[in-house]
Design a protein around this ligand. Structure first.
Ligand SMILES: NC(=O)c1ccc[n+]([C@@H]2O[C@H](COP(=O)([O-])OP(=O)(O)OC[C@H]3O[C@@H](n4cnc5c(N)ncnc54)[C@H](OP(=O)(O)O)[C@@H]3O)[C@@H](O)[C@H]2O)c1
Length: 331
């Protein structure tokens, strides 16, 4: 892919659309490992050179899938991996932002990914029990040791981003951003732009709602995270899907799918936005990439902005225990 976007001031460039690999470890329904490797291979062959994973996706298995594919592929990729979230004995999430934990996590990710250095090492959630300066200081040590090329945070508040960036430049912040979730535009995006940090837009299809593959009467497979997500309760899903029908007129004008319009809208929001979409389907990779050739006019963008203003979606984007892990949200 000729067009590239920058990861902050790190000097690393990536394809404008990245592949989010979380769903390849069962978060949104089952998939066989060989099929998951096939999806990653298809993405690389189609020109996607930016892969997003985490050490807690499939308990490390997601990184292993990427490691397997990259070891056998002639297509290089920039790999972003996240750490800092675990599951406690009571099955509740625990945060692990202590320097020793981050350094140990880096070693684990390097070995599963079979890489000499992680391109982008991201603290998945800010650990309130550890000063952010200490967490980022450990990540900076990993850069100095040549184990990590660039660092980032996920779901961090504007104040935390400033404190972290003062310790070591952040290349990117990863946060949910889509036509369903625009909270980032108010407080986070202006700070990222002031500091020259890219925004990795995760769940660009609102976990599938915007992409057109879900219905009001469907039920989710066991293990599908959306079973517990308030935005997907029967009533909220019905209301959200009803609203999303408003995209269809614009999609028709551009002879595009809803998924392509959702990505084109994000891409049009700035060269510093890097949407990472997820899919278990090789065909959807090819189709979603066609978003790159959709030119939305200013009128189109205004229409979508008006149809889907910040806060329109029904239901919180996470269950309460996971909302409490978002930096700046009440615990
Ligand atoms: N930092 C964080 O806290 C965080 C949190 C969540 C996610 N992420 C990252 O962001 C990545 C992407 O987000 P996501 O996977 O949560 O959600 P997403 O990309 O918004 O949506 C994924 C869903 O969309 C469906 N889909 C994709 N293309 C489609 C198409 N053309 N037509 C119909 N349905 C389509 C997929 O179904 P199929 O699989 O059946 O195609 C899947 O269920 C993740 O993989 C992960 O790497 C980060």
């Amino acid at each position: 892919m000729d067009i590239k976007r920058k990861l902050g001031a790190s000097g690393i460039e990536v394809s404008p659309l990245g592949l989010g690999c979380m769903g390849l470890s069962g978060s949104y329904g089952a998939i066989e490992p060989e099929d998951a490797r096939g999806v990653i291979r298809t993405a690389l062959e189609a020109g996607i050179d930016f892969l997003d994973t985490a050490d807690f996706y499939g308990r490390g298995g997601n990184e292993e899938l990427i490691g397997d594919v990259l070891a056998a592929s002639s297509n290089p990729a920039v790999v972003a991996t996240k750490t800092g979230v675990g599951i406690g004995p009571d099955r509740k999430p625990v945060l692990k932002g202590h320097p020793d934990q981050l350094k140990a996590a880096c070693e684990g990710s390097l070995s599963r990914l079979r890489l000499e250095a992680i391109d982008l090492f991201i603290l998945a959630r800010v650990d309130p029990s550890v000063p952010i300066e200490d967490s980022v200081g450990a990540m900076a040590d990993l850069v100095a040791a040549g184990k990590v090329r660039a660092i980032g945070l996920s779901e961090a508040s504007a104040a935390t981003i400033r404190r972290a960036h003062a310790v070591h430049p952040l290349a990117a912040v990863e946060t949910e951003y889509s036509l369903m979730e625009r909270g980032v535009e108010t407080n986070i995006l202006p700070v990222l732009r002031e500091l020259g940090i890219s925004l990795i837009a995760y769940s660009p299809f609102g976990r599938g709602l915007l992409a057109g593959g879900l219905s009001t009467d469907m039920s989710f497979e066991a293990g599908d995270f959306r079973q517990y997500n308030p935005r997907f309760s029967d009533a909220n899903r019905a209301a959200n899907l009803e609203r999303i029908l408003q995209m269809d007129d614009l999609a028709r004008v551009h002879d595009a799918t809803r998924a392509q319009v959702a990505l084109a809208w994000l891409l049009a929001k700035g060269d510093d936005i890097l949407p990472i979409f997820g899919t278990r389907s090789p065909e959807r990779i090819t189709s979603n990439l066609e978003a790159l050739s959709i030119q939305l006019s200013e009128d189109d963008i205004e229409t979508l902005d008006r149809q889907f203003p910040a806060g329109w979606a029904n239901g919180d984007r996470y269950p309460p225990a996971m909302m409490a892990l978002i930096d700046g949200e009440p615990a």
